[in-house]
Design a protein around this ligand. Sequence first.
Ligand code: ZN
Ligand code: ZN
Length: 260
Amino acid sequence: MDNPFGMTAEEYSTIAVSDYLAKILGLKPYPETPLVIMTARSSNSAAVVTPIFQDFSAKYLPQLVEKWKHLDKSHATLYSDVLRALTRNNYWGRFQLTHPLGRIVAAEHALRLSRQQVPIKDDAYNFSGSTMFLWNLLIWEDKQGDEFPIPEATAEKIVELIEEFLRDCPGQMGTTTAKGCMLLLRSRGSDPQPRFTLEVTKAQWTMDLRVCGFCDAEEGPGGAPLMRCGKCRNVAYCGAEHQKMGWRGHKARCIKASWE
Ligand SMILES: [Zn+2]
Ligand SMILES: [Zn+2]
């Protein structure tokens, strides 16, 4: 497979994050070099990769998305895989919804997906990965009707492509997600079936903001709202006391986003 870093598909699928970043961004290798992920092709457990993804997101999301924005479709697919791996944490959520670069990702990715050049059956893996990325973006957007982030013409084109995917690529990974995407695109975000899945997933991804990071309470004393960690903004506490008591466990994961 051709890719911007001159690696084979196998190499690409299991590159060390540090090498990856060093290659594409010219950054110094990650301190814990042996930790290998990567992307959906990796079988590493969430417990291992989640902290790495959070660390990366806090540091490099604007650079990664800036690179992705300027790539042609074939190369962008590889980056989309990487970006997709980063979508499952609150750094990404804030980035996508508030950062100027993040605001363009959903519509831009949808546009690229709609411009599929080759028959889906010859490109099933990438197409399925791209659809999963779109699904994750829609989870964060969580909008319906006039606010739905994908223009109608683009959505219609993607629906046709997903129909082709479902027809020509039976058994391919990502079929359920592709169906969910299709129903959301057709209904401008309002179909109850995919909405349910979307809301459950969003609730999982944002769990750290909805319960106290020390005692799991959903609110502070007297019904006060939880307070977010002011540095990373990725965890919440029922009060100052639990923030203090939770610090030992939280410290290692508390990274201020470079772009906030
Ligand atoms: Zn608490
Ligand atoms: Zn923090």
